[in-house]
Design a protein around this ligand. Structure first.
Ligand code: 13P
Ligand code: SF4
Length: 315
């Protein structure tokens, strides 16, 4: 198959030609390979990408991210064809909270409202009262009636951070991101010793003991904006290192130190193995073949749409 694929600049040109021919928009998350970010029409965090997908006018949305992001695009813009480079690009958080288990948790707490992180399947979203992203989680939780107890799924670290930010107690599902849970506190302390002027920026999916060292906590877009606006010139970045590409483009004179993960069996545990399944070649094939496509039953789509729209209505 690969023998017939264009390479180098020819591959980039072929993707550009197909993008026009298929009337496609290419959306990419910051954790994509730099060359995918560079050809995308828009690069953003999960909230910005959901909004871009909702508003897309093109016939085809090629979503370079992970499956739940493409599914959210389809939920929000069902008349468009949503395709992905690799259908196996999942997410450990989405896997951590199957719909039947969330349904049982919900049934055991009938008076609670269910807040679900966007890193979840459509079936899990459909059982939720409202969705949040890492960018708006504290705001979403703070918007909910104070007399209603809350269930938060599936990220226990984001849930713990939101509780600290809002002062609102919640019952939290025990899911984790396999990338952010591996960041090494020892390595972080070592980097701080070597770079005493560096600021630590961290994604809220990191463990609380790591977030305790952070000068700023936020979604990928918020981390990027913080490093752009900060007078500091060195940053220790506690999230997937794909974001460093945009940080370096925005402020090439600054120094960005990626935090290593700790793992026995991998050399780069800080890279998301799902996000990194996507390649330029798969981008080309997806546009050429109009596949793999992400679709879902209309009844499920409509159920999942309700809690997503509640989140988007918050602005
Ligand atoms: P963002 O909301 O920052 O895009 O994060 C999504 C994600 O999957 C982080 O691991
Ligand atoms: Fe999921 Fe973690 Fe990968 Fe984000 S980095 S897509 S939360 S596995």
């Amino acid at each position: 198959m690969n023998a017939t694929l264009p390479t180098g600049q020819d591959l980039l040109d072929a993707i550009d030609a197909l993008r026009v021919e298929r009337d496609a928009v290419i959306l990419a998350h910051y954790y994509q390979e730099p060359e995918i970010q560079d050809l995308a029409d828009f690069v953003g965090d999960s909230l910005e990408l959901a909004r871009r997908a909702r508003d897309a006018q093109q016939q085809v949305i090629l979503f370079c991210g992970v499956h739940f992001m493409a599914e959210t695009a389809k939920i929000l813009n069902p008349t468009r064809t949503v395709i992905v480079p690799d259908l196996d690009a999942g997410c450990s958080l989405a896997e951590a909270c199957p719909p039947d288990e969330l349904a049982a948790w919900r049934a055991a707490h009938p008076d609670h409202l269910v807040v679900t992180y966007i890193n979840s399947t459509a079936a899990t979203k459909a059982l939720s009262d409202i969705i949040c992203t890492s960018s708006n989680a504290a705001r979403v939780v703070a918007s909910l009636p104070e007399d209603r107890p809350l269930l938060f799924a599936p990220d226990r670290n984001l849930g713990a951070w939101v509780q600290r930010e809002t002062g609102r107690a919640m019952d939290v599902w025990p899911g984790t991101c396999i990338v952010h849970e591996t960041f090494s506190e020892k390595a972080l302390l070592g980097l701080k010793l070597d770079h005493p002027d560096a600021l630590v920026v961290a994604h809220p999916e990191c463990e609380p003991h790591l977030l305790a060292h952070a000068d700023f906590v936020g979604s990928t877009s918020k981390l990027l904006r913080f490093t752009q606006a900060s007078p500091a010139t060195t940053f220790i970045v506690a999230t997937e290192p794909g974001i460093l590409h945009q940080m370096r483009k925005a402020r090439p004179e600054a120094t960005y130190l990626e935090l290593p993960g700790v793992g026995d069996s991998c050399s780069s545990c800080n890279a998301c193995p799902y996000m990194r399944l996507n390649t330029l070649e798969k981008v080309y094939l997806a546009l050429r073949d109009g596949a793999p496509e992400v679709d879902l039953p209309e009844a499920l789509r409509l159920q999942a749409l309700v809690p997503i729209e509640r989140m988007l209505a918050l602005g």
